[in-house]
Design a protein around this ligand. Structure first.
Ligand code: MN
Length: 314
């Protein structure tokens, strides 16, 4: 296994074999970034050398952090999205989601929020007034395929998603299908998102042979096929390799995302997933002009301003 540089600009990638499994496992270091008013996040996708895993195109891990001032925790003002789904999953704390199609929903650990932007939606995400001491979670983006990316905007909250026991580990299939179960949220390509809480025993994760996977640990160091994976690292598991073996301290929380490699070339800029420079220029113009993305009620703060487009995209 190879460690990839911290600095995204210089991130490089050398494939190597992971011991006896002879599988291609690539390890990348996530980069640190900031969301809203100072929430520090670890971003595992996109990286310079790894843009997507299946249709997953954005993986953010925030916290754990103590929440003293909610405006310094999750506090993201109105902003638009196109061409994607946002998938929110918490380990601790609460996030209040509001959007331009009238949704107003608090999410808590064990529950799932999925927002399908389709051709356009805007939303806010904030730590609610009544909140727990800590905030810890993930937010992922999923690229919508060509056939669905201009569809209607939609928001789903699922208070329950399926659980599967693997030995003494607890696996929750929060998105997509895997381990013989399926999450109730709408998906538009073959993919899965799983949260695993390890028990004492090592487990072998049954995979789809032609899918690719990404694994991150949210709480502590674990081992995959005998190789260490630290918090803040992403392990990429390529199609056609064996079932990965996961071990680590009991209670460790691990996220596994996977899917059929996405065969469309996407362009990700700011909060938009598109296909062309012109589409992004137009979406940006519409946001700045107050068109297309509706309005979100109730957030105590200003809408986010789109950054300048520095040059030709894509
Ligand atoms: Mn958003």
């Amino acid at each position: 296994m190879t460690r990839i540089n911290t600095d995204e600009e210089d991130a490089d990638l050398t494939p190597c074999s992971a011991g006896e499994h002879a599988s291609e496992h690539l390890k990348y270091e996530s980069r640190k970034s900031e969301l809203g008013a100072g929430l520090i996040i670890r971003r595992s996708l996109p990286l310079r050398r790894r843009r997507m895993i299946g249709a997953w195109c954005f993986l953010d891990h925030f916290g754990p952090m103590s929440v003293e001032d909610r405006r310094k925790a999750m506090w993201v003002g109105p902003h638009p999205h196109i061409g994607l789904q946002t998938v929110t999953w918490l380990l601790e704390g609460e996030v209040l989601h509001r959007d331009s199609i009238g949704s107003n929903q608090i999410i808590r650990p064990g529950q799932l929020n999925v927002m399908t932007s389709g051709q356009g939606i805007s939303h806010t995400e904030e730590t609610p007034e009544e909140h727990s001491e800590h905030l810890h979670g993930v937010q992922f983006w999923v690229a919508l395929p060509e056939a669905d990316r201009n569809g209607p905007a939609r928001f789903e909250h699922h208070p329950q998603v399926p659980h599967v026991e693997i030995a003494d580990a607890n696996a929750t299939v929060f998105f997509g299908r895997g381990l013989g179960v399926e999450s109730p949220a709408a998906t538009f390509s073959d993919m899965v998102g799983i949260d695993i809480e390890l028990g004492d025993a090592a487990i072998v994760l049954e995979r789809e042979s032609d899918w690719e996977y990404g694994i991150v640990s949210l709480t502590e160091s674990i081992e995959i096929d005998g190789e260490p994976l630290e918090v803040g690292e992403l392990l990429y598991v390529s199609p056609g390799t064996g079932d990965p073996r996961l071990s680590g301290p009991s209670g460790a929380r691990i996220i596994v995302v996977g899917g059929l490699p996405f065969d469309e070339k996407i362009l990700l800029w700011w909060n938009f997933v598109a296909r062309s420079h012109d589409e992004i220029v137009e979406a940006r113009r519409q946001w700045e002009a107050g068109e297309r993305f509706g309005e979100v009620e109730g957030f105590e703060g200003s809408p986010l301003e789109a950054p300048e487009i520095g040059g030709r995209l894509g």
